[in-house]
Design a binder for this molecule. Structure first.
Ligand SMILES: [Zn+2]
Length: 209
């Protein structure tokens, strides 16, 4: 799917996590930023995705702020970012490991293990598991939780496209071909519908504080 579809879905998952965990409003921007990034991160394996291009533009704009030297530094920055993006995309195939629920589960387990919280979190329902993470790790825990939920929303959305997602490293595909990526249905119906749903979710989350 396109970033115009992934972003509202990711933000919506962020609002759900924030509301469900009773996180204070002051910390919402962190959670929403993380969920938004999480919802766009899997397509970094594309090389030319929205997030890839944003990174390149950031390098260019950062350079523009300083005269002469900045233009050169910005140019080098863009070149470096683009090279990293393209090389990464060539090594990590699109819709390969970055789009696999198994890789994601593995990373989450590794992180929880690193924090020494694996048993404590896995033994609980999802909401209290996230609360435990936030209590123990603070804003970092909140950011990672929202990031992962944004990421999950991306995989779920791609799973209902014509291409589906692979259970990498296996060949098995999760695929329910409801929408064709980039189609009129996605651009005119699904994406606007998700932006609207995201706003409704945001409203409900704020009213429930
Ligand atoms: Zn994707």
């Amino acid at each position: 799917m396109l970033y115009i579809t992934h972003l509202p879905a990711g933000l919506m998952s962020g609002f759900v996590v924030l509301a469900a965990t009773g996180t204070g409003l002051i910390h919402w921007p962190v959670g929403l930023l993380a969920a938004g990034l999480g919802s766009l991160a899997p397509d970094l394996d594309h090389g030319r995705s929205y997030l890839n291009q944003s990174l390149e533009r950031t390098a260019e704009n950062a350079g523009r702020k300083i005269p002469v030297v900045g233009t050169v530094a910005g140019g080098v920055g863009v070149f470096a970012t683009r090279t990293v993006n393209r090389t990464f995309a060539r090594v990590v195939k699109h819709r390969g490991p970055m789009h696999s629920p198994l890789t994601l589960a593995f990373v989450i387990v590794l992180l929880l293990q690193h924090w020494g919280m694996l048993a404590a979190v896995l033994g609980q329902p999802v909401t209290s598991g996230i609360q435990t993470i936030i209590e123990s790790r603070g804003l970092v825990g909140l950011a990672w939780s929202c990031f992962f939920f944004g990421y999950i929303s991306h995989l779920a959305a791609d799973a209902v496209t014509d291409n589906g997602i692979r259970l990498w490293p296996f060949r098995f595909k999760l695929r329910l071909p409801l929408v064709k990526t980039g189609s009129v249905i996605e651009r005119r119906v699904l994406a606007p519908g998700l932006w609207l749903a995201m706003l409704v979710t945001a409203g409900q989350a704020i009213l429930n504080i």
